[in-house]
Design a protein around this ligand. Structure first.
Ligand SMILES: Nc1ncnc2c1ncn2[C@@H]1O[C@H](COP(=O)(O)OP(=O)(O)O)[C@@H](O)[C@H]1O
Ligand SMILES: [Mg+2]
Length: 369
């Protein structure tokens, strides 16, 4: 199987007066694993359904493998799909389910049997050919759905929250299986999820969707480290936000007043906020929990954020501290420190300084305020 490039060219979809997808452009190279990530209602399924051909766009066009398929029916697009609503046929065995797309394509019995066997091996269910869907667990059914989607070696594979119904452990092992499968097959995969961890671990690139539009497109690391908006920063990973007033910029440093006594400085280079003409503007300072550390009160240096411990808990691979800010509106800051046994456990009420790594910060205009 060889992947095909997919070009989504200024596609929109309106249902009556409501716009579900608004002017989306995505240029997806052959063999890429692209995730479409966004909250419920952001237009992910609508976009995927248009790529599959079950809905036609109100505007724009779709090019797959260099061919304009905007007006081509779904069965002629040669796309594999795992959609929630596109369930297994309950009255067919596992083998018959997987053979179905081959039968539709007029592939002979012997070749069918061979391909079904190979697909079952790939999803690691070699002994389940004769079972019926109701005799399988949820995870096994999903694997059969994946086998059915890949059995005809489609150059493009669409998946809409295929692991949504599974428990965490199974979901994580299926994520690895799907990713490995895709790498082995070379297919172009467009994968819809609302689970940011899933998108971060599986994707070559992530398109974050909000309100029918692409909010940001980039590699997982890029989106995590350089979110372009507060929405993306908040949606991907854990993020602390502090509101403040932008005081100005001097010598590569931006000053943010968090309250009468606390002024915080961020390096201009990493903040991502163009504040030149916005002195006095309301801003949101974004800090990743794992880029924060704790020091005794007064020992955190000039740029420390004073707070007091609410709780301090062991969370497996790290310690999680909830720190009540001693300034502003006294928000809770989440601080994650490595669980290496070096940090004393903090009792509630301990006065601390929260110290931020200078390159782990973002600054956004406070548009919601
Ligand atoms: N067939 C439809 N008719 C009317 N509105 C729809 C239809 N399908 C989706 N929508 C609306 O379009 C928006 C995007 O929906 P959807 O693509 O399902 O989002 P997501 O998959 O990100 O949860 C939602 O507001 C939804 O209510
Ligand atoms: Mg959906």
């Amino acid at each position: 199987m060889i992947g095909a490039p997919v070009f989504i060219d200024r596609i929109s979809k309106a249902y009556g007066s409501q716009t579900a997808v608004s002017d989306v452009t995505l240029d997806i190279p052959a063999g890429e694993f692209l995730s479409i990530l966004g909250p419920s209602g952001s237009g992910k399924t609508t976009l995927l359904t248009m790529i599959a051909g079950f809905e036609s766009p109100s505007a724009g066009r779709l090019v797959i493998g260099g061919r304009d398929v905007t007006a081509v029916s779904p069965d002629r697009r040669n796309i594999g799909m795992v959609f929630q609503r596109y369930a297994l046929f309950p009255h067919l065995t596992v083998a018959e389910n997987i053979a179905f797309p081959l039968k539709m394509r007029g592939i002979g019995k012997d070749l069918r049997a061979e391909r079904v066997k190979r697909a079952l091996d790939l999803v690691q269910l070699p002994d389940y050919a004769r079972r019926y869907p109701h005799e399988l667990s949820g995870g096994q059914q999903q694997r059969v759905a994946v086998a059915r989607a890949i059995v005809f070696e489609p150059p493009v594979l669409l998946m809409d929250e295929p692991l949504g119904a599974l428990d965490k452990k199974l979901r994580e092992s299926m994520q690895i299986e799907i990713k490995q499968l895709q790498q082995r097959l070379g297919a172009t995969v467009i994968y819809v999820t609302h689970d940011q961890e899933e998108a971060l671990t599986m994707s070559d690139r992530i398109a974050v969707m909000a309100k029918g539009k692409i909010a940001q497109l980039g590699s997982p690391a890029d989106i995590y480290r350089n979110p372009q908006t507060a929405f993306v920063a908040d949606f991907i990973g854990k993020m602390n936000f502090l509101r403040g007033e932008f005081l100005g910029e001097t010598a590569g440093s931006q000053a943010i007043k968090l309250d009468e006594n606390v002024v915080f400085h961020t390096p201009s280079a990493v903040s991502g906020y163009d504040g030149a003409a916005r002195i006095g503007g309301r801003v949101r300072l974004a800090l990743r929990p794992e880029r924060l550390g704790l020091a005794a009160r007064g020992a955190g240096g000039k740029n420390a954020l004073p707070g007091r411990i609410e709780t301090s808990v062991f969370a497996g691979s790290f310690d999680l501290h909830l720190v009540r800010a001693d300034f502003g509106s006294h928000d809770i800051l989440q601080v994650q420190t490595p669980a290496d046994g070096m940090q004393a456990p903090f009792v509630k009420g301990t006065l601390v300084d929260v110290v931020a790594e200078q390159d782990g910060l973002r600054l956004f205009a406070d548009v919601e305020a």
